[in-house]
Design a protein around this ligand. Structure first.
Ligand SMILES: Nc1ncnc2c1ncn2[C@@H]1O[C@H](COP(=O)(O)OP(=O)(O)O)[C@@H](O)[C@H]1O
Ligand SMILES: [Mg+2]
Length: 295
């Protein structure tokens, strides 16, 4: 790394394993990684850029967003403002702020998948508890189960089945009901698929086998590589494109009729599980595909 190495911001509160992998991959290609939290970045109109990024006298060469921690609507808005401003200043941001906004919001993800004609389970989102209860009753009457998810959730946290037609307490969902038809995969052993997409290219896929129906790696699912091809690859690439992702981790599930459906598009995907079953360095691939000019 020379004295003029282009400096890349890795935006996260907790560098952790992913931060270290990205740092190594960036260093390996002559970039100088620097980790800072978006909550420590600030807006300052006495600066030419209007921004202060800790550790940077000038603008970063590029930004990898590895985490946006929770906070008030105002705090999150400020953190996204920084991402939008960097992009407007010509700094490549992976993923860019709009893509992160869309994918963090499960209802918007569902709408965009639907609009793009990508199969996804029937989904409802509303504020009214009475409306949500009407969906539960109608679905139950036709023999379907339902899952309810936090609108901004991740890692399977808070994802739950609606049992006995009983919705969780309104406060526990922050008064936003995101309901989705339950897809039962138990016959073949609980599982779903995670496909990793960089740009428009599907680079790896795995099956995640859980001991229960929630098959996030963070919930203890086992990972097995599967061929990233066919319908699995096509739907994942289409889903990443529908949300305008630079890279994405796409979750898919197969219905009893064999139809693959996209359940989630992650704009800040973890890849530790995938790394354990795929034959290349995911962080290096990200750096090489997204930051080719200095490679
Ligand atoms: N409609 C569904 N039917 C059955 N299982 C589901 C459904 N939606 C999600 N799951 C299971 O729950 C996990 C977490 O759901 P997901 O929508 O990916 O949210 P998160 O952001 O928490 O990962 C999925 O990986 C899958 O195993
Ligand atoms: Mg998921």
């Amino acid at each position: 790394m020379g004295p003029e190495a282009p400096r890349v911001l890795v935006a996260t509160d907790d560098a952790g394993w992913h931060g270290r992998r990205l740092d190594t991959a960036l260093l390996g290609r002559g970039f100088a990684p620097f980790t800072a939290s978006l909550r420590d970045c600030r807006i300052d109109l006495t600066r030419p850029s209007g921004l202060v990024i800790p550790g940077f006298d000038t603008l970063p060469h590029a930004v990898f967003v590895r985490g946006i921690s929770g906070g008030s609507l105002e705090q999150i808005t400020l953190r996204l403002d920084v991402l939008h401003a960097l992009q407007a200043l010509g700094v490549p941001v992976f993923n860019h702020g709009r893509a992160i906004e869309k994918s963090v919001d499960k209802a918007m993800t569902s709408l965009l998948l639907h609009r793009a004609g990508i199969p996804t389970p029937p989904t409802w989102a509303c504020e009214s508890r009475a409306q949500a209860q009407a969906v539960v009753d109608a679905e139950t009457a036709t023999g379907h189960g339902l899952v309810v998810k936090p609108l901004f959730g991740s890692q399977g946290i808070g994802v739950q089945r609606v049992a006995e037609r009983q919705l969780p307490a309104p406060e526990s969902l922050r008064h936003a009901y995101y309901l989705q038809r339950f897809i039962d995969t138990s016959e073949a052993g609980w599982h779903d698929y995670r496909v990793f997409v960089i740009g428009r290219e599907v680079v790896a896929a795995m099956i995640r086998r859980g001991s229960d129906w929630i098959s996030n790696v963070a919930q203890g699912a086992r990972c097995e590589a599967v061929a990233a091809e066919g319908e699995l690859a096509r739907l994942a690439a289409d889903a990443a494109a529908a949300l305008d992702m630079d890279y994405a981790g796409v979750d898919l599930i197969r219905g009893a009729d064999g139809q693959l459906m996209v359940v989630e598009v992650n704009g800040i995907p973890a890849w530790r599980g995938l790394q354990s079953v795929c034959g290349f360095d995911v962080a290096q691939r990200l750096v090489d595909r997204l930051l080719p000019e200095a490679a």
